[in-house]
Design a protein around this ligand. Structure first.
Ligand code: ZN
Length: 134
């Protein structure tokens, strides 16, 4: 049984993908299962980087996603997306971008805000990978 502090992979635990335990409790089993899938992929990247990966945004409730201006059909709502940061991202993002593309269907790098959005989206057949000017 998964609870809020369940260690999912070597370096990622459930709570890192939620803003609060209330969000964890109110999220569906499907969301939690998706987070397990995402964390497995993130672990592969963590093993490649050998540096701590901070999850800036994992699961978002509809209310929170709207409040921060997230896309209406954001994969964060399904637990299928994570925004990540780590030390040295501005130096290694080109190589890291290539590495993340091996594991995620959607990868967006935000060069000004210095984070990666990674998702296991399913709506389009084709993967999308791009830079966002923000
Ligand atoms: Zn995102």
């Amino acid at each position: 049984m998964m609870d809020y502090f369940t260690q999912i992979t070597t370096n990622f635990s459930m709570n890192e993908f939620f803003r609060s335990e209330e969000d964890f409790i109110s999220s569906s089993d499907g969301v939690k299962a998706n987070i397990v899938l995402v964390s497995a992929k993130l672990q592969l990247f963590r093993d490649y980087k050998r540096t701590p990966i901070i999850i800036n945004s994992g699961y978002r409730s509809k209310l929170y996603n709207a409040a921060i201006g997230g896309r209406q059909r954001s994969y964060h709502l399904d637990g299928l997306a994570s925004d990540i940061i780590y030390n040295g991202i501005s130096n290694t993002w080109r190589q890291d971008f290539e590495e993340l593309k091996k594991h995620f269907k959607g990868v967006i790098y935000y060069p000004k805000l210095l984070f990666f959005h990674c998702d296991l989206g399913h709506r389009n057949d084709r993967p999308y990978h791009f830079l966002n000017g923000r």
